[in-house]
Ligand binder design. Sequence first.
Ligand SMILES: Cc1ncc(COP(=O)(O)O)c(C=O)c1O
Length: 434
Amino acid sequence: MNIPVPNTIVQKAIDELQIKNFSKATIREVVAIAGKIEQQAGVEFIHMEMGVPGLPPAAVGVKAEIEALQKGVASIYPIIDGLPALKKEASRFIKAFIDLDISPEGCVPVVGSMQGTFTSFLVSGQCDEKRDTILFIDPGFPVQKQQAVVLGYKYASFDVYDFRGELLKDKLESYLSKGNISCIIYSNPNNPAWFCLQEKELQIIGELATKYDVVVLEDLAYFAMDFRKDLGTPFQAPFQASVGRYTDNYLLLISGSKAFSYAGQRIGVVAMSDSLYKRSYPGLTRRYGGGTFGSVFIHRALYAISSGTSHSGQYALAAMFQAASDGDFHFLEEVKEYGRRAKRMKEIFLKHGFEIVYDNDLGEEIADGFYFTIRYPGMSGGELMAALIPYGISAISLSTTGSNQEGLRACTSFIKDHQYDLLDERLEAFKAKT
Ligand SMILES: Cc1ncc(COP(=O)(O)O)c(C=O)c1O
């Protein structure tokens, strides 16, 4: 097989978009360059850059949302605290699949987890003015750092690659002991690397969060998608791992986007521990004249930002939570497709000399899921990306995610059935010429 895209077309697209260094190219830039080349060369791309759900939305949500719209909810402002049915079902869903007790009061709908992290960063950073820095356990979701920049907060971060297990303790403590950290954020399963922090590690994070009095933001965007375990039976172990077993200073970010393929409606839930919800902080009292973490979050911050979340979307999420907790909607069965795709794609990459970068969780091989990470011996992440583009393969460099490793993040959500053979052929050609 020849290189599918002529060099002149690749170069023209790079020049037009002024991409000087592929290691710094954002997802949007990669989408743009792949799109341009597809158009000009007429070559189909294997898109691995975008983390967009590639499955139909959960039908139970769509039905509930249509019914709500037909009843006229669109004309009425939703309560900022959230629809009582959604609050109740969110609390029940958390009990069913994480085995944590969080009162409905602390379960608050947000315009996607994105608004959830933005508001959580905002309020955590106002609790104590000495705590002006957010700590990211990286690699992570780049736009969350953008949120910190928009808010004017400082951030610190480290790549957890070399600090798994017991090593996490000293590393975390080296940041927390400075006294300037307001909150810690990580995603589990991890975007971009799909490792899952294990109970032992969550215990370290939780205990240190209590010791140094910082808030933990546990981003569960890929809720229960560690497909090595059967996390899909409500009210029955095993459960989604959570820091909530080890500290009271936590909030969970549960997104409708990936677990329910509901990204377009921008709906998720922030669930604050009962203790965090009720706690008052001097910084909040000074700024707002009173209030607790929970009431400031809802009635000050969310009120000012968006005055609540789409009414019909809340009906959808309430119905999906309810059906999942009742055992009528096996949401994980639908998204297991990502795991099947990852398995096939990884096999093809490994066959052609690639390696998985973040390949294990404390010795256990990582799960197959929404993302995986790859490297090719002797190439930096930026070089690898530049080298794959002429073969019609696009991904993002790990360096844009706060990782210190050289490699790429591959997303499984856009791969189409006929593209496995295409990937195999193209990587065969890549290997032969590299
Ligand atoms: C780790 C992580 N957090 C949050 C989000 C965004 O979630 P939402 O669509 O609910 O805003 C994503 C989406 O890709 C993600 O990967």
